[in-house]
Design a protein around this ligand. Sequence first.
Ligand SMILES: Cc1ncc(COP(=O)(O)O)c(C=O)c1O
Length: 390
Amino acid sequence: MTRFEPNLRIPGPTSLPPSVREAGGRQMINHRGPEFAAMLGRIQDGMKPYFGTTSDIAIVSSAGTGGLEAAVVNVLSPGDRVLGVSIGAFGDRFAKIAEVYGASVDRMNAEWGWAADPAELQERLPAAEYRAVLLTHNETSTGVMNPIPALAAAIRATAPEALILVDSVSGLGAVPFEMDAWGCDVVVTGSQKAWMSAPGLAMIAASERGWAAMETARMPRFYFDLRKHRESARNGETPWTPAIAVVYQVDEGLRLMAAEGPAGIFARHEACAAATQAGLEALGFSLFADPAHRSRTVTAAHIPDGLDWKAFNGEVKRRGVVVAGGQGKLAGTVFRVGHLGSVILDEILGTIATLEEALVASGRPVEVGAAVAAAQRAAVAAERGATARA
Ligand SMILES: Cc1ncc(COP(=O)(O)O)c(C=O)c1O
C-alpha cells in the first residue's frame, strides 16, 4: 500500500503543515480592508529578520521567477553592464532575464557543482563598470549554496557602486541571511520553499540604495513596479488583487516559524541536510556538489552507472516518496532530494529507508539499515554542532 500522503522530497513546492493548509482554505476577505492590512503588515515584519533587513519588503503575487524579473527591471536600464554570476540553471535564468530586458550581460560561470569563487569575482569586476552583479544564493539545480558574504564583500571591495541582486528563492528562511550587514541590494524569495506555503508569492526586499535605484531605472515595468507595491503597502494594500489564499498561508507559516524560532529552524535544516547527505553516501550515491558548499535545502546525487533511473524512481514513487530529477543539462544524470520548509528528520530517515528498499528492488548491493544509521548519526552530530555554536 502506498502512503495516503506522499513524502514530498522535491525542492519546492514543499509539504504544507496542517494549519497552513487550513489557512489556505479560509473564506476570502476584502483585500482593501483592515484585516488584510494587518496581515500584510505582519508578513512584512515577520519576514525582515530572515532577510536580515530593516528595509521595506514587497509582497508580490507571482512565481519566484517573477520576483527575479522584478529585481532586474526595477533597478536596471537597457544597456547597463551587468555581471551574471551563474553556478547552475537558476543563475543562467537570472542572467537571461537581464539580457531579455536589454542589459549588456557578461557571464561568470562556475562549473556546475561548484560555488562561485570570490577571488575570481574580484578579478572579473574591474573589466567593466558594472551597474549590477547577479548572484544565486542557493542553486537548486546543483545543490550548491554560494558563500554570499564573501562574494558580496568581494564586490564591495572592487566595485563598491555595483548593485548586488540575490536570488534566494530556495535559501531564505532555511538558513541565516544578513542582507543589510552583507551589503546586498535586492533579495528575492518564494512562498513555496522554506515558507511552507503554496506557490504564488514572491517576497522582494531592497536596500535603501536599491529603492533609490528604482527612481532612475528605465527598464519597462508595470505589474512588477515595486515602487507601486511600496506605496500601496503604506496603506496596508497591494496595488493589484493579491493571491489572498497564499497570503493567509504565509501568515500562518510565519506564525509557526516564530514559535520554532530562527535558531531552531536553521538547526533543523542543518540536521536534515546532514542526514540526507550522509544517508545518500552510505547508500553508495556520490553527491554532486562540492562538499565545502553543499546546500542545506536540497541535495543532488549522481545516478550511478548501470542504474535504470526510470525503473528505480518508479520503485521510489510506488513507496510514496517523491524526489526530483535533474534539471537542464543535468537531466538524466542526477536526482535531487529536497529538505526544506516543514521537513523533519523522520521524513528524511523515511526517504533514506525507501531509497534503500528501491535499490534492493533494483538488484543493487546495499547493507540493509546502514544508511539510515549513518543519516541518524550525521543528524545528531549536526545538532550537537548547532547547539555548541548557539
Ligand atoms: C534558486 C531558484 N530560483 C528561482 C526559482 C524559480 O521559482 P519559480 O519556479 O517559483 O518561478 C527557483 C525554483 O525552484 C529556484 O529554486
